[in-house]
Every structure is written in structure tokens, then in C-alpha cells.
Design a protein around this ligand. Structure first.
Ligand SMILES: *[C@@H]1O[C@H](CO)[C@@H](O)[C@H](O)[C@H]1NC(C)=O
Ligand SMILES: *[C@@H]1O[C@H](CO)[C@@H](O)[C@H](O)[C@H]1NC(C)=O
Ligand SMILES: *[C@@H]1O[C@H](CO)[C@@H](O)[C@H](O)[C@H]1NC(C)=O
Length: 333
């Protein structure tokens, strides 16, 4: 899952509050746009069936489905998967929810929707924190939530998001949910950055590369995944420069899954061994640094800053990253 435990948060918060005492003036409004998994999602149920007697089939109102850590425990996880997953229609190339499940985002524009994945203020702790440290730092520098600090949550199950390619490993309980998302298909390693002869999945019978996705999905008995991949794979294949000033910050130097290795008879239903690559712990190096390709392709500046050993999620509370953002969007007094 995307959430990661951050044990050093208290220390970082202390460093931040010391550093941010020189308040500055907001230069531009800030809109926080999250990556995959970075928006609160709300669900309302009116279902005829459920995967376990423990699961609710009806709720009178919307409840926070993404993310409540308690929902990830057994047996709640079975209810969660059934409610979060999508189904794919091969004719319309669109996805839809489990029958009787309605999922929406709430309070579009409110920064809190992307600051905390769990909106319950009593239980806020770091695994469900997303942009909260960045937002707090901006508020310390005279930004005001709701005025010049906004959030743009979206249903990340359906849309492309922040990384250009990553091998994702999920425990089988959440597999139905994760693989039913077009956003997951979109995150698979791109032929733009992985060579056709570079093995990504190793089994005793055969190996798979970026050129073998069709066979891979067929052997996983999940052809919907292949069709979803086809729907989304060209969305950014040409990686056009965005045409605005770009600042690309990311971590590096951490073990990141690069290949998956299944032992004899283990494919596809057991958890594979991962063979690591360099990256931020989630996204591989070649995808992280892809933003640097825009340098020279557009007239606006492209800044590329690597923060060594900053982990994919932990970078959101990294003092160097936060100070960089604050400096960028304020005039110091
Ligand atoms: C930022 O806010 C503080 C406290 O409200 C205020 O004293 C300071 O003048 C503000 N700074 C700027 C540059 O507006
Ligand atoms: C897919 O969508 C088409 C067109 O709306 C519809 O006729 C068909 O029944 C749908 N298929 C499934 C499996 O829901
Ligand atoms: C799969 O790849 C591994 C590692 O590159 C290699 O040792 C093995 O011989 C390959 N297996 C097949 C069946 O091609």
C-alpha cells in the first residue's frame, strides 16, 4: 500500500518550526495536486450482497473509504476491496464500481482533502498524512487555507498520476482492488524507458519484458488489465514538456523494486522476490529523472533537484523539500 510509517516526523516538525520563524509573503496562490492515492475518497453503500457477513451493505451517508487504516485489517479489508474496486467494460473502455457503491470526492478545492487521507482529526498520525506538512509550512508563511492555499482531490483510481513507471507488488487481498484500476495499468514500466530485452518478471517457465504485457496479462488470467493498459499507455508516451516553469524534486538512493522473481510453481499467485533497482523506494530512477528530459525542450526553466535518500512518501515531510517549496512561492520579508 502507499502509506508509509514516518518515525522521524516529530524531529522534522521541530526543525521546521525553528526554520520557518522568519515569515514571508505569499507570491502566488498554491494548489496542491496529489498523486496516486493522495486524495480522500468518500463512499455510500446500498448493496445487495457483500463478500463477508461482517461487511456493511448500507450506509445512510457518505463515509471516508480512502483512507481509514482500520479498514485495512481483516476482515474489514475484504469489504474495503469490494467497495473500492473497479470493473472494466471492454466495449466502452470505461470502468465502474461494484453494484450499489457510489464513490465521490468531497469539498473540491479544500486543501484538507489532500492534507490528510483520514479526515478524523482525532486519529491523524503520519501514515495517513499527505500534504499536511507542506500546507502547515505555507500557513506559517502567511498562506491562508481556502484563500490562497487550495487542494485538488480526484478519484485516483481512474486517472493517471505522478509516476511514470513502477513495478508494483500487492498482497493478494488487495489485488482485486489494485489491478482493477486503470491508474495501476498506467503506472507499469514504460517502453520509453525500459528496453524490449530487459526482463521485468522472471518465472521458471518464461520471462516477461515491456514487450510481453499481452502475454503477461494472459498468463495472469487478467486480460482486462491488458485492455486498460492499452487505453492509457499512450497518454504521456511522447512526454511533451508542460510549457510552464517546472521544478522537479524527488528522492533517490533507496532500494526500489526493479524486477519480480517467482520461484518454480509460484507464478502468479504468491508474493514474488523483488530484485531492487535505484529509486525513491517506490518509483524507479529512470522514471524519476524523466522530468529532466524537458530541460531544453521548452523555453521556460526546468529545475531538477534530487534529495538523496528521501523516500517516495517521506519526501512530503522532508525539510529540504519543504523549504524549497516555501522559497519558491514566497517573497521573504
Ligand atoms: C506574516 O504574518 C505575520 C504574523 O501574522 C506578520 O507579523 C508578518 O508581517 C507577515 N509577513 C508578511 C511579509 O506579510
Ligand atoms: C458494456 O457496455 C455496453 C454498452 O453500454 C453494454 O451494452 C454492455 O452490457 C456492457 N457490458 C458489461 C459486461 O457490463
Ligand atoms: C529469465 O531471466 C533470468 C535473469 O535474466 C535468466 O537467468 C533466465 O535464464 C531467464 N529464463 C528464461 C526462461 O529465459
Amino acid at each position: 500500500m502507499m502509506a508509509s510509517v514516518n518515525n522521524v516526523l516529530c524531529i522534522l516538525a521541530f526543525i521546521l518550526s525553528a526554520k520557518l520563524s522568519e515569515a514571508a509573503k505569499p507570491k502566488n496562490p498554491v494548489i496542491l495536486v496529489p498523486g496516486d492515492g493522495g486524495s480522500q475518497l468518500w463512499a455510500k453503500l446500498n448493496k445487495k450482497s457483500s463478500p463477508h457477513y461482517f461487511c456493511k451493505t448500507y450506509t445512510s451517508d457518505y463515509y471516508n473509504i480512502w483512507l481509514n487504516m482500520e479498514d485495512l485489517l481483516y476482515p474489514s479489508i475484504l469489504c474495503f476491496v469490494d467497495n473500492m474496486r473497479l470493473y472494466y467494460n471492454r466495449t466502452t473502455h470505461t470502468t465502474y464500481n461494484t453494484d450499489g457503491v457510489d464513490i465521490r470526492i468531497q469539498n473540491f478545492g479544500d486543501s484538507q482533502t489532500v492534507e490528510w487521507l483520514d479526515p478524523d482529526t482525532k486519529v491523524h498520525y503520519s501514515p495517513v498524512s499527505y500534504f499536511s506538512n507542506i500546507a502547515d509550512a505555507l500557513v506559517s508563511n502567511n498562506f491562508t487555507r481556502g484563500k490562497d492555499l487550495k487542494g485538488a482531490p480526484f478519484d485516483f483510481r481512474k486517472a493517471p498520476s505522478d509516476s511514470l513507471g513502477v513495478v508494483i507488488v500487492y498482497p493478494s487481498w488487495v489485488r482485486a482492488e489494485q489491478r482493477s484500476m486503470p491508474s495501476t495499468a498506467w503506472l507499469m514500466p514504460s517502453p520509453r524507458y525500459w528496453a524490449k530485452d530487459e526482463v521485468l518478471v522472471i518465472t521458471d517457465k518464461r520471462n516477461y519484458t515491456v514487450a510481453d504485457y499481452k502475454d503477461l496479462f494472459a498468463d495472469l488470467d487478467y486480460m482486462d488489465g491488458y485492455y486498460m493498459r492499452q487505453d492509457v499507455e499512450n497518454l504521456i508516451m511522447d512526454l511533451k514538456p508542460p510549457g510552464v516553469e517546472m521544478h522537479c524534486l524527488h528522492g533517490l538512493g533507496l532500494d526500489t523494486p526493479g524486477k519480480l522473481k517467482f520461484g518454480p510453481g509460484q507464478f502468479p499467485d504468491t508474493f514474488p522476490e523483488t530484485i531492487n533497482d535505484d529509486g525513491d523506494g517506490t518509483v524507479n530512477k529512470r522514471s524519476l529523472i524523466a522530468c529532466a528530459d524537458w530541460s531544453g525542450q521548452q523555453k521556460q526553466p526546468v529545475m531538477h533537484k534530487v534529495i538523496m535518500n528521501a523516500e517516495h512518501m517521506a519526501i512530503l515531510s522532508n525539510p529540504i523539500a519543504i523549504q524549497y517549496i516555501v522559497d519558491l512561492v514566497t517573497d521573504s520579508s
